[in-house]
Design a protein around this ligand. Structure first.
Ligand code: 4NP
Length: 167
């Protein structure tokens, strides 16, 4: 089992989009049982709200479902997740300020260095939801392939336990 928490500021734009895209990739790879995936914001302003309409619209365009509600990260999260993946430097700083964590705290765009973005830009301010979708799609794809390499033992075990189809 690999536990991943995506984190942004409000938990209504970038991190829910990352959560939805990554879950979709995991479903397509038939690896749902191997993952626990969630998202949270460092801020409290939108707790309990649905994702931003711009987020839901772009996810809908790409046929990616999402029904989550915003929540704020807590200190309990620091001990629960294997990876806490932050959208920008401010998010990373805010997570580190919460306390020490057993998770690997890493930046989302580090999984798509070819895109040339060190941070995921915040579409809440400029409306570039399609750009953010595209960047997150690249980063989620990079994240899954990194995990498939790093945690090969886990996934090989799953693959070999699949029933062999009758010929
Ligand atoms: P997010 O975007 O961090 O990607 O969810 C934001 C959402 C809300 C606010 C800022 C950023 N806000 O200030 O309310």
């Amino acid at each position: 089992m690999v536990r991943i928490l995506f984190v942004c500021l409000g938990n209504i734009c970038r991190s829910p989009m990352a959560e939805a895209i990554f879950l979709q990739l995991v479903k397509k790879a038939n690896l749902v049982d191997q993952f626990e995936i969630d998202s949270a914001g460092t801020g409290h302003w939108h707790v309990g709200e649905k994702a931003h309409r711009g987020t839901l619209a772009v996810l809908n365009t790409h046929e990616v479902p999402y029904t989550g509600r915003a929540r704020q990260i807590t200190r309990a999260d620091l001990g629960k997740w294997d990876y806490i993946i932050t959208m920008d430097e401010d998010n990373m700083e805010a997570v580190r300020l919460l306390g020490s964590s057993s998770a690997r705290i890493v930046s989302m765009m580090s999984f798509a260095p070819e895109r040339g973005f060190s941070e995921v830009p915040d579409p809440y301010y400029d409306g570039r939801y399609e750009l953010v979708y595209d960047l997150l799609n690249s980063a989620c794809t990079g994240l899954l392939s990194t995990l498939l390499k790093d945690r090969r033992d886990l996934f090989v075990e799953v693959a070999s336990s699949q029933p062999i189809p009758a010929t």
